[in-house]
Design a protein around this ligand. Sequence first.
Ligand code: ZN
Ligand code: ZN
Ligand code: FE
Length: 763
Amino acid sequence: MTGQTQIMSRRIRTRLRVEGIVQGVGFRPFLYGLATGLDLAGLVGNDVAGVFAEVEGDPAAIECFLQALRTQAPPLARIERITASPMPAQGATGFRIVASPPGGERRTPISADAATCDDCLAELFDPADRRYGYPFVNCVNCGPRFTIIKDLPYDREFTTMAAFTMCQSCAAEYHDPADRRFHAQPTCCPACGPSLWFTASPSTGTVSPVLAAAELLLGGGILAVKGLGGYHLAGDATSEAAAARLRARKHREAKPFAVMAASVAEADKFLEIDQAAESLLTSRARPIVLLPARSRSAIAPAVAPGNSRLGVMLPYTPLHHLLLRAVARPIILTSGNLPDEPIAYTDDEALDRLAGIADAFLGHDRAIHVRTDDSVLRPFRGRPVMIRRARGYAPEPLQVPVTFGRPVLACGAELKSTFCLAKADRAILSHHLGDLENVATLASFTAGIEHFTKLFDISPQVIAHDLHPEYLSTKYALGLAERDPALRLAGVQHHHAHIASCLADNGFAAGDVIGVAFDGTGYGPDGTIWGGEFLTGGLAAMERAGHLEPVPMPGGAAAIRHPWRMAAAYLDAAFPCGVPDLAVRRRHADRWDAVTALARRAVNAPLTSSAGRLFDAVAAIVGVRDSVSYEGQAAIELEQLAAAGCHGRYQVQVRDGDLLVLPGADLVRAVVEDLTAGTDREVIAARFHLTLADLITATCVTLREATGLGTVAMSGGVFQNQLLLELAVTGLEAAAFTVLTHSRVPCNDGGISLGQAVIAAVT
Ligand code: ZN
Ligand code: ZN
Ligand code: FE
């Protein structure tokens, strides 16, 4: 008894500051519940820097409180920092949620959009609930965020939900600290919130919009359906006719469609799903996950023709849940656009642009403020690998291993465009925007930069950009500097940016590495197009230490669209005394000599050391394909051709010199000799991958002997090739290297802006 009296008499008060994503995610009610449960007095509130709180009571209880703060935080919260400092006890009783003080510097990051939580899902399918079947149910733990926020602070009036006034029941929940919807800005119900509409001709009468849409899908029709970040096009994924119809109308020849399945169990019927894949699929971000397809399944072949992998996602809005339940089968869910265009995200835009594709529209009157694509990932060695970073991830800040002394805007590259804004210890990488050569995408790029600078209150003083003078992102950067001479420009070489993004992705800032940057195209300071590069150095500076042997690209951009042209260039280099009579040559006999002459004359045939072009050449030579309808198609198909578990390598040696040279032409000659010897194409494809991976390891070993560097960072879009990545990592690790690969940020050009930003921070 005396002991207890002693503890009771010892009251302390602690002031707390919590930073990170702590607003609009139920943090104050969480603290309120925690404090009252532990019999602590005090207060909690939001301000521009995050959450502030004061707790008073028994020291042991405060200790418990601090521990629970870290371990039991609400699902959407991301705590970056907690600072606690003692203050005099005030003999306070009760715990209060206090009003937010106005003004100050905005430092609170906003949450990404999150998939419908289990509690909301239970309400959605509970006939007794007032939100039964309501496609906009959400709460503080789930729902739209980034895509509906127009400005900060994160209050309803600054979101696209401003148009809807809460009814009494919703308002009561909103103001109740014990409720899951306390300060849930987008909360609503059938009485006060958005509503669904369905349009089709002929009109389907009085059926509910979801049932009408489901009926259309089951009849093989194409549906445009509004998601979180834009419109999707949907069709029955088990119907070859529906998939073919969508392909024809969308003018999308071969690029795989993503599929939405109702659950992991449903997806498991047509995909191989392991633990890592399951946790990605069910994560709150609900990305598209690329997984190996089962050979015999109900999925129509036209969904992903010639592809052994399939992109799948689970429902992430209440509308998806309702629709999937109504159709009771997997559906194609692909972005609502035509090739090279960004997805349609306003209703008018969708009704206009998708009119020739969709038979009907399922939409609603909650506006989307920021156009945002689905994110795409795949697991690699149990770790998620980001391929397209957008919905569910952006705009949450990335922890990076540098401090930004001056605020930076990095403008990225050209394809798979992103930008990056950085200040102090935060780097905010934008969502995937697309190809800047498209006018609408360029508009999203400039509007996005303005939106982000306002939202995150960052006024850049340094503008980082690619060295390519023709990239629209470079022109944008130069334009900014022209208008404001106080801005510092930081030009960053493309492959240096790739390696820096890999280092930042891995939190690596300590010292120098060997960087292996394999991609399609990047501006080289020597006037050639780089893309098969070995660099040595660190964030501040890197030097070219080796590369693929350059070959001409006959016809420039035409050689990218038509891999057989790269085959002609490589074969001419590999067989200077006469190219053997190969099938690829016979297929293009009418233009072969002209294209070879173009390559030799070096007119409209820039030299390139691109690894992507080497893949293209080999793909055409072994007969995988001569022309592509989407970026990387030939390389993807060559990778899938490579027979698993095949052994054997070609005798190809790295050439020594000032710079190490990987002889691509020698590799092509070995491929041709194997082909003429009658070896199976699958085996040749595998040997090509094995040899290239060996060449990477051999080059790194030689560079280690010269420099002592023992860490290899691998980046560039070519490493989306899972087989090459696996073989190279295995080879490098066997040679005792520490290997860094991408996880949070794409290895393709979507990661370039982050690389540029961290380089600008240290130079
Ligand atoms: Zn919820
Ligand atoms: Zn309501
Ligand atoms: Fe690149």
